[in-house]
Design a binder for this molecule. Structure first.
Ligand code: MD3
Ligand code: FE
Length: 199
């Protein structure tokens, strides 16, 4: 089923359990070459979500700001985006232009992500695609400016979302995780992949 909420397309149960397991294995390989880090915001606060990236660019944040980098802190390039991930983008967004970055977010039981816009990319005509794996997460959708009424929904393992058009600059965040709600990750937690065109 596809839900459309405030312009965001939500493909519930898009990925079969087999495809979810394949993606988890692929991400394990990515993390082996680009370990997770707890990013520090420009304000100096450590984020509760751990992050890493794959692709031509990785998204990084530190005291000097948010930005995309072609290399990891140790000067290695980021790992390639796994084929199985690229296939989802090709099927739902574009078969002719691939994403530049696959941001990998890892949520432990208490991790969350405050309301924000994604605006570090050069061209907002390209959508952002999100893939949820592991424990369910309470996702909050706001408006094009901070504040106002919001809507919430649970994202579950195998759900895929496409944020394009007017929805591309919607404020959004993750309020909380439902620990133990999935068996896709052997030690629990939640992985979210976001695919973006960067430049
Ligand atoms: C709506 N990640 O990495 S994915 C992020 O679940 C991020 O880890 C969340 O927000 C997560 O920036 C939410 C869903 C998402 C991603 C980008 C969006 C929703 C969006 C961009 C515009 C509107
Ligand atoms: Fe975001």
């Amino acid at each position: 089923t596809v839900l459309r909420i405030r312009g965001i397309d939500i493909y519930k149960e898009y990925l079969t359990p087999d495809r979810q397991a394949e993606l988890v294995d692929d991400i394990r390989q990515v993390v082996r070459r680009a370990p997770f880090a707890h990013p520090v915001t420009p304000g100096g606060r450590r984020m509760s979500v751990k992050m890493t990236s794959a692709g031509r660019f990785g998204w990084v944040t530190d005291q000097s700001g948010y930005r995309y980098e072609r290399r990891q802190a140790n000067d290695d390039p980021w790992p390639e985006i796994p084929e199985a991930v690229l296939r989802i983008w090709a099927d739902l967004v574009s078969a002719s232009r691939g994403p530049d970055c696959c941001l990998v977010n890892f949520y432990t039981d208490t991790a969350k992500m405050g309301m924000h816009q994604d605006k570090d990319e050069a061209d907002f005509r390209w959508p952002v695609l999100s893939i949820s794996l592991g424990d369910a997460a309470l996702f909050r959708i706001g408006n094009l400016t901070r504040g106002g009424k919001t809507e919430s929904l649970w994202l579950e393992s195998g759900d895929v979302m496409v944020m394009g058009g007017d929805a591309r600059l919607t404020y959004h965040g993750i309020d909380r995780i439902r620990p133990g709600s999935s068996r896709v990750l052997p030690h629990g937690g939640r992985i979210n992949l976001t695919l973006r065109v960067v430049e």
